[in-house]
Every structure is written in structure tokens, then in C-alpha cells.
Design a protein around this ligand. Structure first.
Ligand SMILES: Cc1cc2nc3c(=O)[nH]c(=O)nc-3n(C[C@H](O)[C@H](O)[C@H](O)COP(=O)(O)O)c2cc1C
Length: 214
């Protein structure tokens, strides 16, 4: 990165916007992995912005673009989020009859991962921006947000960043919204931890493509 404002035109591309070598794009897409250990170096703000600007190009049902993002940057917000998520985690585990040692270990690990992530990016579905009145429309909204998150993960990967999709806020949406003082219509769907990778994930076994033809 040279620090100057970045535009889409900076990408190497042919006139029709396809990558010059499709094989390179395939190899790139196949090389993305979840990264759970990060270096402590911060992620520059303009880089984060670029990821978000790319994420919003994802397809969405009815083109409603229901994704909303929350960069949890200040220490108080991060602490409040951690407490909200792990209080709910604890309550759920207690209700399931889990052992106190297991609960304490999970809470401690979760708080540590949250505090060590260089970037915590919550993503929400704006229920005021979609028709959420049928199961089908609900699914389309969720799928649309997921598309943007996948775009963002891939854009991060293109920058050499690593990311991990975290589902915890799904289990405590109201608590998450309250902890971060979010609009009532923003439904937390999950969060991403992002940062410069400090691990090489092990091999992943892929299930074979399952496709039927009719
Ligand atoms: C919807 C969704 C939720 C996920 N939630 C978590 C999570 O809470 N914690 C975690 O460590 N990884 C989470 N992951 C990451 C998956 O574990 C990971 O993508 C999967 O094991 C495949 O590995 P890969 O991303 O390296 O290809 C989630 C991924 C998705 C798509």
C-alpha cells in the first residue's frame, strides 16, 4: 500500500473486468483459510475502509443491501461486548448443566480471543431495510449479509490479512445490541476477527463436490 486513495481502477483488469488469469483467481479463492492467531501490528484504517467498500458490492436479495457494520474499536466497547457475550454464554451453559470449570475455561478463552483480535467487526442485518415478514424473506436477508461478509473475508485475504468468522453474537443478539448501543433494527448476525496472520492453518479435508444432474 502506498497510502494514496485507492479506486477500483487500480486493480489489474481487462476491459470487461475479468481477472487476467482466471486460474489465478481460482487459486486465490481456494487459498483462503480461517486465521485465529494474529500479529499485534494494527490494521490501517484506510485498509479497513477499502475492505468495507468492496464488501458492499456483494449481491443481495432485491438489491436491498441490508448489511450494517460495527467496528468495535474502543476498549470500553470491546469490554462491554465481551461481557455481554460471555454472560450469555455462561447462562446458556449453566442452563445446559455444564461444569463450572468448563464454563470458566470457555469464558476465559472467548474473552482472550476477543481482546487479542486486532480488529473486531460486528456485522448486522438491518431488519428495517428488508422485508422480514416471511421465512423466505428472512433467509434472503441473512444470505445477503453473509455474501457481504464473504466478500470482505476474500478482500482481506487479497490484502494479506487473515480473518475468522465468529458466530457468538447470534446467541446474544439483544445483549450485543444493548452493549454497543446499536439501532433497534440492527440484528447482529456475527462478527469477524481480522488481523495480520500469525499462523499457518493445517490441511483441510474437503468433501467432494456433491452435485446431481436431472
Ligand atoms: C457462519 C459461520 C460461523 C462460524 N463461526 C465460527 C466461530 O464461532 N468460531 C470459529 O473459530 N470459527 C467459526 N467459523 C469458521 C469455520 O470454523 C471455518 O470456516 C471452517 O472450519 C472451515 O475452515 P476454513 O475457513 O479455514 O476454510 C465460522 C464460519 C462460518 C461460515
Amino acid at each position: 500500500m502506498d497510502g494514496r486513495p485507492w479506486t477500483v481502477d487500480d486493480r489489474p483488469q481487462t476491459a470487461d473486468h475479468r481477472p487476467q488469469k482466471a486460474a489465478e483467481l481460482h487459486a486465490f479463492l481456494r487459498s483462503r483459510r480461517s486465521i485465529r492467531r494474529f500479529k499485534t501490528e494494527p490494521v490501517p484504517e484506510d485498509l479497513l475502509h477499502r475492505l468495507l467498500e468492496t464488501a458492499i458490492h456483494a449481491p443481495s436479495a432485491h438489491n436491498l443491501q441490508p448489511w450494517r457494520f460495527v467496528l468495535v474499536q474502543n476498549a470500553t466497547a470491546r469490554e462491554r461486548l465481551g461481557r455481554a457475550l460471555t454472560d450469555k454464554m455462561r447462562a446458556d451453559m449453566e442452563a445446559e448443566g455444564a461444569l463450572e470449570t468448563d464454563i470458566a475455561a470457555r469464558v476465559e478463552r472467548s474473552l482472550r480471543r476477543l481482546s487479542e483480535a486486532p480488529v473486531v467487526l460486528l456485522f448486522c442485518r438491518d431488519t428495517a431495510a428488508v422485508r422480514d415478514d416471511t421465512p423466505e424473506e428472512h433467509h434472503m436477508g441473512v444470505q445477503s449479509v453473509a455474501n457481504a461478509v464473504t466478500y470482505l473475508l476474500l478482500a482481506a485475504h487479497a490484502e494479506g490479512l487473515g480473518g475468522n468468522w465468529i458466530c457468538w453474537p447470534l446467541y446474544a443478539p439483544a445483549e450485543t445490541r444493548a452493549a454497543l448501543n446499536l439501532p433497534a433494527a440492527w440484528q447482529p448476525e456475527g462478527m469477524l476477527f481480522l488481523g495480520w496472520p500469525d499462523e499457518t492453518p493445517g490441511e483441510k479435508t474437503l468433501r467432494a463436490v456433491e452435485v446431481v444432474r436431472r
